[in-house]
Design a protein around this ligand. Structure first.
Ligand code: SAM
Ligand code: DTB
Ligand code: SF4
Length: 344
């Protein structure tokens, strides 16, 4: 199953993570510039195509049936609704649509076929397609690849040691097995985690060490700050210190030089300056659009103004350094239209 090739010890990762902040930023920025277009930020839009009622008990999640939160289970979105959302995302400059389903493992039969149609449709609209559907078997991974899926998101979330404090209905090994299936199917892997759940700095370093032990490294690494949702077991966790988020991003950038590092959930709580520090630290991707899956995210106008103020530009589609992303461009449906990069 998943090849874990540890290039770093825990002590080495902690030594990077704990550097004086300016030294850490300097090193991360150097790594970033050696491997990426320094002024470009990837804009990915999230869409929850099947919300709520999930069988898993992930302690952070608003969509788990184990927790009483504001989320009510909804029916699966129709293809035309998804394609409308894709066109709206494209019109404001997003280049990737990430479709989420609150499933423990991807369903079989008509619901899965419906997701395959969504992937084909999103690709035909000229967007990269990402999906996050829970655990997969080999056959499902193969079908997703065939439909033209660019990337699959499946997070390790935290260290193996802390995992059981947050989730009891599946194991770390289950997660690693799906990651291996995604990579074997030739889909770019999007895999990261969450900080602010009560984990130690060693847990954070261990998560990054495990991500960096995946061979190849994930094409993208989302770093989420916990959104503490009322009704979840983690509702009372204090907000993440933005400097801790910067440290996490910088360390991810140094350990996985060619991966896209995504400044993910929790951005709504960050000042413009804190977000710019995250970009300095090597973040080069964001979730873009007013909604994450069930919670809020900064406005599109606010984000465009932030990028403009910083002289940053949207990354072109399929311009990530991950060769698997580029390979998926050749697979699956061709775009129907040229991709406009600015608001229409
Ligand atoms: N059910 C699928 C799964 O678990 O892989 C896909 C959806 S799940 C919501 C995707 C990821 O979103 C989780 O692995 C977690 O890292 C992140 N996430 C979910 N709720 C969050 C929250 N409240 N704060 C921060 N990140 C969160
Ligand atoms: C990821 O790492 N973060 C995204 C995406 N992958 C699927 C989800 C964030 C969810 C935040 C809480 C919510 O909106 O429900
Ligand atoms: Fe379900 Fe995913 Fe939420 Fe866990 S994170 S409860 S698997 S939707």
């Amino acid at each position: 199953m998943t090849e874990l090739r540890h290039d770093w010890t825990l002590e080495e990762v902690r030594a990077i993570h704990d550097l004086p902040l300016t030294a850490l930023l300097f090193r991360a920025q150097g790594t970033h510039r050696a491997h990426h277009q320094a002024d470009a930020v990837q804009l990915c839009t999230l869409l929850s195509v099947k919300t709520g009622g999930c069988r898993e008990d992930c302690g952070y999640c608003s969509q788990s049936a184990h927790h009483a939160t504001f989320v009510e289970p909804e029916r699966m979105m129709r293809l035309d609704e998804v394609l409308d959302a894709a066109r709206r995302a494209r019109a404001v400059g997003a280049t990737r649509l990430c479709m989420g389903a609150a499933w423990r493992d991807a369903l079989h039969g008509p619901a899965f076929d419906q997701v395959l149609s969504m992937i084909r449709g999103v690709r035909a609209e000229g967007l990269e397609a990402c999906a996050t559907l829970g655990m997969l078997d080999d056959e499902q991974a193969r079908k997703l690849a065939e439909a033209g899926l660019t990337a699959y998101n499946h997070n390790l979330d935290t260290s193996e040691a802390f995992y059981g404090e947050v989730i009891t209905t599946r194991t770390y090994r289950d997660r690693l097995d799906t990651l291996a299936r995604v990579q074997k199917a030739g889909i770019s892997l999007c895999c990261g985690g969450i900080i602010g759940m009560g984990e130690s700095l060693d847990d954070r370093a261990e998560l990054l060490r495990t991500l960096a032990a995946l061979d190849p490294h994930p094409g993208s690494v989302p770093i989420n700050a916990l959104v503490a949702v009322e009704g979840t077991p983690l509702e009372d966790r204090p907000p993440v210190d933005p400097i801790e988020l910067v440290r996490m991003i910088a360390t991810a950038r140094i350990l996985m030089p060619r991966s896209m590092v995504r400044l993910s959930a929790g951005r709504g709580e960050l000042s413009r300056e804190a977000q710019l520090l995250c970009f300095m630290a090597g973040a080069n991707s964001i979730f873009y659009g007013e909604r994450l899956l069930t919670t809020g995210n900064p406005d599109v106008e606010e984000d465009r103004a932030l990028l403009d103020a910083a002289g940053l530009v949207p990354l072109d589609p399929y311009a990530s350094p991950d060769p698997t992303v580029q390979a998926t461009r050749e697979r699956g449906p061709r775009a129907r239209a040229r991709l406009p990069m600015v608001a229409e």
